[in-house]
Design a protein around this ligand. Sequence first.
Ligand SMILES: [Zn+2]
Ligand SMILES: [Zn+2]
Length: 267
Amino acid sequence: MVISGTALNKSASMKFSWDEKISRAQKLSTDFPTTKEILTVYMRVAKLQRAISDGLHGTDHPDISSLLGFVPDLHKLVNNLGSAPLKEALEKIGKNATRWSELLLQYWEQQPEPESPSEALLTYILLQPYAQHVTSQMQIHSENTSPICPACGNAPELAVLREYNNGARRSLLCSLCSTEWEFRRVLCPNCAEQNKEKLPVFSAEEFTQARVEACETCKTYIKCIDLSKDGHAIPAVDDLATLPLDLWAQEQGFSRQQPNMYLLPSS
Ligand SMILES: [Zn+2]
Ligand SMILES: [Zn+2]
């Protein structure tokens, strides 16, 4: 994929900063103690990603191989997390620069061939701040019916509702580069179903900021973070604090197309 774009005013970007994400995770881990563990993992990973992002700061067109410089920090992080599957996957790749470059490029070009979910997560941790950095300089034009990210071509991880003209406007949030693009409210991003009757929305009292937007036709759902209900919510983080909603949706027979990447693989 060729990445090109015109420089865009920083203020025009809706992306949340790493600092905002980390402090939101800190707060939610107190408010929602049942998800404290996953939010703690999130904070540790996000701190490494903040460091990567800081390292890229000021470079307009960083080379993807500049990420290899962060592999030693990734080793430290994985040791701290104490996740056996991640550790094993990391040891397998080792310090093999060619393999790292291959993995990073495959992901960037949406042709990932990971050997395991752990390998996918390791690559994602390094690549995400890079993807955010590169796409934050792009001007995005897209149809409001595009189910994939207009900036990097990846699938959406979440839907977002933002206040707009006394109502709320829906957008989708890219799973890799965190670009947000407008998307019609009554339209399934997975199968393009447009019949309102087939697109039920579920919510739970304890999670005002989140809802499940399901599709009876393809039996998938996308989680939606509703910023019109809670202006402090940060989609990627509030997604983790409201994981019980996902479990519920899955019990009802709906599957999530793009799970939150910060969930540690169990194998
Ligand atoms: Zn993207
Ligand atoms: Zn559908």
